[in-house]
Design a protein around this ligand. Sequence first.
Ligand SMILES: [Zn+2]
Length: 416
Amino acid sequence: MSINQKENGNTAKNDITIEYTCQFVVNMSDSSLANIHKAYSELQPQILTDFTQKILVGFGESTMAQNQKSFQCDQCGNDKSFIWKTRHGKETKILMVFQWVKLKQLQVQCKKCGHKINITRKLLGVEPMKRIPSETHRKLGLIGALAPYRVAEKIVSLFGWPLSKMTIWKSVQKTAKEIEFKVDSNELAEGEADGTGIGIKGIAKRGKELKVFVQYKKSGGVRIAGLDIGNYNGGWKKLFQNSVEVMKGFKKFLLITDGDTSILDGLKGKVKILVQRCLWHIPHQAKFVLWRDGVKHKSSEWLHVMSELLEVCAIRPYVDCQKTIEKMIENKKKRLEVIIKDCTEKGYRHTAAYIENAKPDLFTAIENRLTGKTTSKVERVMRTVNMRVNVGKWSTSGALNVTKVRLAYYYNDFDA
Ligand SMILES: [Zn+2]
């Protein structure tokens, strides 16, 4: 092995050239691919360790030769005068891609205060003390979020990286800590919030709910703006807490939900929210248009239109007979036509226009449910969650963390 440090006009001041040669002696019985892989897997750890060490010493010497170093003294802040203590000191263990690597510490001493500093991790750009640098745990964390832990363990071992499921699990938890979801002020002021039941250890099936808040993107897709696990009733506050400040910047935010009003508790009084609750919303809005049409509140005409609308908009969600639902919708549509005709004849211009306008979308949700389609974008997100989380039982934080990484990868451009 040799190292050449060139001062070349074309390369940046801190660039160095490393020439790495190695000699490897191996005894082989045949040249089958399997045998070559086996031999390579013995060679690889040696190369990775030597290669890394070589590069570290190269950069250590390069920075030591400069007036201003690439590191500074932790004690006094000096970044100019140091002397070498050792280039091959005590071993320190780091999980690199492919395997644990034992590196010899590079140590220098501050000439100002006498403090000794290990510069290995500073040169690597990894956190002090950490055995699994974020560069590595993000990769493992992503694999662990995409596949069950057992599968992730198998996959990495197939490529010569023998790690325990626990190491992969830990990497998921660490990676999740680095991910934070909130509304993006550059995307649309529109989104959806919904929950899905998940299995948590020690709690009866579907005892806890994973709550997801997605924001619509200008490009047409969605991004994750909030994620939490909580009880079925309420507990929506944390879902929005990171986003409240950003949402205040929007004039208003259109939030589509399935009608659980407790979803809004976390936002009340802080953000102007327009909730689109299919059907649920209609009678409310009708009060406003009736007022515009000058129909006296609670007069017999007012009561007639309102009560008809309420009937039409009331859906019994637990009717599971398809024929019955179809017939119900057909009846409701006829009834709606009568209301529109009635309002038109009486000159309730705004009311008639409003109902006419809402008509095409009024039963979309229930009709789609019949044909197995769904218009909800958050529904798709939930399927992405369930494909991973439905494998096994989880702790609350375990399920939340694996979902965080998974959704960040699928929807928020997170990558390792
Ligand atoms: Zn110092």
